[in-house]
Design a protein around this ligand. Structure first.
Ligand SMILES: NC(=O)c1ccc[n+]([C@@H]2O[C@H](COP(=O)([O-])OP(=O)(O)OC[C@H]3O[C@@H](n4cnc5c(N)ncnc54)[C@H](O)[C@@H]3O)[C@@H](O)[C@H]2O)c1
Ligand SMILES: [Fe+2]
Length: 384
């Protein structure tokens, strides 16, 4: 069967095998990467789905066994990581196939990173050159197979791990967390629950939007972010209404990867608010981003309105900044995203604590407007 979006092999920022049906090539790419006993890491819900059984069948047929670890929670933590490392070591594995959404991809990355380290994972947070504390020579190869189109973790050099003690979400970084091969098969995303399709797609948009607005100089990321936004605006509502549309699914998968490439330019207040809310309440990351997105746009308005007007022109929206803001509100409504954080269960009594946590989040550094205790607390109020 042919599709309007062709199957392609890309080599940026890593080897990407892109196209419908390409999960069938998993065995050959795993073997080419030199792995003989990979561990497939996925999450509890995915473990029982036919797409996972089919991937294990492909591994098996290639003589790679069908070892799987799936004790992975949404917003995974160090307890999931320790359990995964125990299984990895007991099975004598030599690499990780990360199969799933951002939660499974990131936890699989953490297993590959930490199985043979002596440092604590929290010492490898994405701060300055902390990653040099890790012994790079013992990091296992990572193969990524995303089943959502949002986080872009499949082309990123980081993983997000929640500290179950402190309820802090930490970005763990190492250059060797970039998968050696990524298989982007849009057909794998067709079975996502509707609200996950919506939330993950809005995460991709948040990455592109925040990267585009961040004040740092990175024209390459700027261009990628702009085209990524176009793909989301033109395809997210389509896949929400018509989940089996494989061309629109393919464009969303591209947008997700583009967002993650772009956000090395910086993120901003959407992510610094969303990380503590996700860590404390266990809300879905991308959905939380979507809730706060229009309020953050308004918060940054006077720093970004010229830039956003330029984006609006490219995207074909009338009305400059205001027209762009209207489009975000409309997309949020079409996708049935909650209008406020209160509607997601966030309590007023927690806002001081959430404000402190937001200000500690490294994403703050990329926000166009300097985030202070007063204005961040007011922003949380606006989101309620
Ligand atoms: N590494 C990064 O750069 C990065 C960037 C953004 C977000 N994140 C992190 O990623 C996590 C969120 O990832 P996510 O949004 O992909 O959600 P997720 O991985 O938590 O998955 C959400 C739910 O969808 C289900 N699911 C996934 N794919 C499915 C499919 N094809 N069919 C049926 N069900 C499916 C999962 O089982 C799960 O229940 C958060 O922890 C977030 O902090 C990481
Ligand atoms: Fe994100």
């Amino acid at each position: 069967m042919t599709h309007a979006v062709p199957n392609r092999n890309w080599s940026y920022p890593t080897a990407i095998k892109f196209g419908v049906g390409r999960v069938a090539e998993l065995g050959e790419h795993v073997r080419a990467a030199g792995l003989k006993r990979p561990l497939l890491v996925t999450d509890k819900a995915l473990a029982s789905l036919p797409i996972t059984a089919a991937a294990l069948d492909v591994m098996d047929a290639a003589g790679l066994g069908r070892a799987v670890f799936s004790e992975v929670d949404p917003n995974p933590n160090e307890i999931n990581m320790a359990a995964g490392i125990a299984v990895y070591k007991a099975g004598g594995h030599d690499g990780v196939i990360c199969f799933g959404g951002g939660s499974a991809l990131d936890l699989g990355k953490m297993i590959a990173l930490m199985a043979d380290q002596t440092v604590s994972v929290w010492d490898l947070e994405d701060i300055d050159d902390w990653y040099t504390r890790a012994d790079a020579s013992v990091i296992a190869p990572i193969i990524a197979v995303p089943t959502t189109a949002g986080t872009g973790s499949e082309v990123g050099r980081a993983g997000v791990l929640t500290n179950s003690q402190t309820h802090r979400k930490k970005i763990i970084f190492h250059p060797k967390l970039l998968p050696v091969v990524t298989i982007c098969d849009p057909a794998l995303t067709v079975g996502m629950p509707k609200f996950i399709t919506a939330g993950t797609g809005m995460d991709a948009l948040a990455h592109c939007l925040e990267a585009y607005c961040s004040p740092f100089y990175h024209p390459m990321s700027q261009g990628i972010a702009l085209e990524g936004m176009r793909l989301v605006f033109e395809n997210l509502a389509v896949v929400y209404a018509d989940p089996g549309n494989l061309d629109a699914r393919a464009h969303m998968m591209s947008a997700a990867a583009m967002g993650a490439v772009a956000f090395q330019k910086g993120l901003g207040a959407i992510h610094s608010l969303s990380h503590p809310v996700g860590a404390v309440y266990g809300t879905h990351h991308g959905t939380t981003n979507a809730v706060v997105m229009p309020m953050v746009l308004e918060f940054n308005r006077f720093e970004i309105q010229d830039k956003i007007a330029r984006a609006a022109a490219y995207l074909g929206f009338d009305g400059g900044y205001a027209g762009f803001h209207d489009q975000i509100m409309e997309l949020r409504a079409v996708l049935d995203i909650p209008a406020t954080l209160s509607a997601m269960g966030v309590q007023f009594a927690d806002l001081d604590r959430l404000t402190d946590m937001a200000l500690e989040d490294p994403s703050c550094g990329g926000n166009p407007v300097l985030m202070t205790r007063a204005n961040t607390r007011a922003l949380f109020d606006a989101c309620m």
